[in-house]
Design a protein around this ligand. Structure first.
Ligand SMILES: *Cc1c(COP(=O)(O)O)cnc(C)c1O
Length: 457
């Protein structure tokens, strides 16, 4: 290990250049702030995606809304728009302040993507969007649809028969497979979901019950993606959803920002120069949290500060951003095992596309121990009666780390936020959980209670 060369340098040399590296390698928690962070106006000049692309995605989702409302009746009350609630969690905030002995200035809000319709995770944004986009492209190319039509007509034998000539493949740690699988099967596509070893049994069972072909691997996420890609390359009628590089996924996630803006307005939560917004986003390969962060920067520009959150054993994004090596390095290169109970975040190599796109827009990235995720899981359940899967808790630890860590304090000072910090709204992005079976949730909860008990002794 000592003498191993990673992108031209030994581990020791990487550690000398980046003071946080040895802590990352030891799987200690770290809070990293981005020295390449720039003003929005400067950063966007270097990015090829723009507001127009996100608006286009938003309009596409609006076109499909009548279809979604028809085939997924749970979306009827939102007229076929798949959107999640955002709620203040004051009891949790006090409980955290007490437990960690750390004041959290400002108010803590929870964005409940855990409760998104259809697939119960953030993947119901990008994953479903990409399948709909592909379906629309195929139907328009084959003169079955124009964008002026009533898309509820897609719920018909004619369309199902048409889509059944095509198939869709994806590699996933679980939740992306759920979203892609459920949506594609509903439209009539044949679907192949390549699952990594982290994927939970109930997710595989649920997909199989919907007629999806689930292929299992002993290895991690990167292998599942590679196999999915290979399968699709061999079949011209098969479309591969590329979680590592897809702009469609990214844009589907980004639409969240416009909707969040409206929600905050309705709640009278002000975001402006004197009322900054801090957002903490659990990160796997990067597409979900990266897409949301990109949308948020388009909407709130320099008044929003976005941080990624990863498990200490899968810190691929923080390594990629910090070193600028993005997808050229993996956590395994540095001897980190990529083994975490946060299955949605169990990714060893970050998306190069996402890392490069957000290189100058992310405020920072931090890591959280699995044990802490469980403690927060049971704490949130006790204090607010909201149940999340372990991955989704990574965001909630953000405000604690921001105020606790010296780098967080420096970030606040350097960005002239010191006298505004009491006005901050912190949004923890809760990325999944409502579909976790009750017995599985109970084991999570118990683990959290046990871990908190040891913490108190
Ligand atoms: C997939 C997922 C994430 C992260 O999204 P990426 O696009 O992989 O970065 C976060 N939380 C949950 C629950 C997820 O399923």
């Amino acid at each position: 290990m000592e003498n191993k060369i990673i992108q031209g340098r030994t581990i020791k040399e990487w550690e000398e250049q980046y003071p946080l590296m040895s802590k990352i390698i030891s799987t200690d928690e770290v809070f990293w702030t981005n020295s390449k962070y720039e003003k929005f106006a400067d950063a966007t000049k270097k990015i090829s995606l723009s507001e127009k692309d996100v608006r286009d995605a938003e309009e596409r989702l609006n076109r499909f809304a009548p279809y979604i409302a028809k085939v997924f009746p749970e979306t009827e009350k939102t007229n076929g728009i798949i959107e999640s609630p955002i709620v203040p969690i004051p009891t949790m905030q006090s409980k955290m302040e007490e437990t960690y002995n750390q004041e959290i200035l400002g108010q803590l809000l929870l964005k409940c993507d855990s409760h998104l319709a259809i697939s119960g995770s953030i993947k119901a944004r990008g994953g479903i969007y990409e399948v709909l986009k592909h379906a629309e492209d195929l139907a328009i190319e084959n003169n079955m649809l124009t964008i002026k039509d009533d898309y509820s007509n897609i719920d018909s034998d004619k369309f199902r028969e048409f889509f059944s000539k095509y198939s869709i493949a994806v590699g996933s740690t679980g939740n992306l497979g759920l979203s892609i699988g459920i949506m594609s099967a509903q439209l009539g596509f044949k679907v192949y979901v390549h699952m990594s070893a982290d994927a939970k049994q109930w997710k595989k069972d649920l997909l199989r019950s919907k007629g999806v072909t689930v292929i299992e691997y002993e290895s991690d996420y990167s292998k599942a993606v590679e196999e999915g890609r290979k399968q699709a390359e061999a079949d011209p009628n098969m479309y591969f959803v590329d979680d590592e590089n897809s702009t469609n996924l990214f844009l589907g996630y980004a639409v969240a920002a416009y909707r969040l803006k409206r929600q905050l307005e309705e709640m009278n939560v002000v975001v402006d120069e004197d009322h900054p917004l801090f957002v903490y986003l659990p990160c796997g390969v990067g597409g979900g949290p990266g897409g949301v962060a990109f949308g948020l920067k388009l909407v709130f520009k320099d008044n929003v500060h976005c941080f990624f959150a990863e498990p200490t054993h899968s810190p691929c994004m923080v390594i990629g951003l910090m070193t600028g090596m993005h997808d050229k390095v993996s956590v395994q290169d540095f001897g980190i095992d990529n083994i975490t109970d946060a299955d949605g975040l169990a990714v060893g190599r970050a998306s190069g596309f996402v890392g490069k796109t957000l290189e100058n827009l992310m405020s920072g990235s931090y890591t959280v121990k699995d044990e802490e995720l469980y403690i927060l899981l049971s704490m949130l359940s006790d204090s607010e009666n909201i149940q999340l899967e372990p991955s989704a808790l990574a965001g909630i630890h953000g405000p604690i780390q921001l105020f606790r860590d010296e780098a967080g304090q420096r970030y606040i000072e350097n960005n002239n936020l010191k006298n505004k910090i009491k006005n901050v709204s912190h949004i923890a992005w809760a990325t999944g959980g409502s579909m976790v079976p009750k017995d599985v949730m109970e084991t999570y909860y118990k683990k959290g209670k046990e871990a908190s008990a040891t913490l108190n002794n």
